[in-house]
Design a protein around this ligand. Sequence first.
Ligand SMILES: Nc1ncnc2c1ncn2[C@@H]1O[C@H](COP(=O)(O)OP(=O)(O)O)[C@@H](O)[C@H]1O
Ligand SMILES: [Mg+2]
Length: 273
Amino acid sequence: MSALRVISVTGGKGGVGKSHLVANLGVLAVQRGLRTVIIDADVGLASVHVLFGLTANLHVGDVLDGAALDEALLTTPEGLALLPAASGERSLTHLEEGQRFALRAVWEQLAERFDVVLIDCPPGLSRDALFSAAAAERVVLVATPEPTSLLDAATLAHALHQQTAIRSLDVVINGTRSERQGQLAYGKLQACSSVAPTPKLSYLGSLPDDHNVRRAAALSRPLVTLAAASPAARAIERLAALLLDGERALENAGGSLLGIERRLREADARRPD
Ligand SMILES: Nc1ncnc2c1ncn2[C@@H]1O[C@H](COP(=O)(O)OP(=O)(O)O)[C@@H](O)[C@H]1O
Ligand SMILES: [Mg+2]
């Protein structure tokens, strides 16, 4: 069995490409022989399971209400497991403390059964957005090169610094026209972090704007299998190699194998109430 990796993907606003990245990282993890589950913690319209052409009958809210976890888990044709987000009136946007505790227990169960847990976080600064990000040992922050997106990302990074135990963030700039545009955008984000402190930022890389991403979404097929040689798919493969291969980064990791619960307690303890 390989060591558990918990990776969250977060962003200051919706529409920056989080779900598309999570879905394809998931497929690449499965291709590496890793048992992988995606936790869709975002209640947005473009749910991760839709990117795979799947329909969710049950979701995490039903599990909290007593449904069996295995009945809620979907499996994509690639063999990737997925826990759908709650939606509609029973969405879990503002969790009660008891619900949050129960949700952690569900996530812990998944962490026991899989090698890789990928969390598609809600965007923004809500308590639940920060809570989802802080459950991971490795936190990927996605932004686009637009100044407003970089500012939103910097604001989120600052909130993560103040309100969670996250010590490092891996930045991905999505939708770039060139490598250089990605590097410049990262530089601007870094400049913001000298104004308001953030966790330690590192640049994981950029993802080019690529029409194949929209084509894959329209066909409900993952980009990395539909168009493995496309520029965006190759860029995601590079990110996957950094996130999944070799020694795992331990900067946000707990002392125990699982540690989600401990990390979240730390995060709670640091919150100014
Ligand atoms: N690199 C890219 N090139 C082209 N289109 C992209 C790229 N990344 C994301 N998109 C498109 O942008 C939209 C938002 O992406 P999505 O992953 O749903 O964002 P989020 O989960 O952050 O809300 C989708 O229509 C997606 O197909
Ligand atoms: Mg999304």
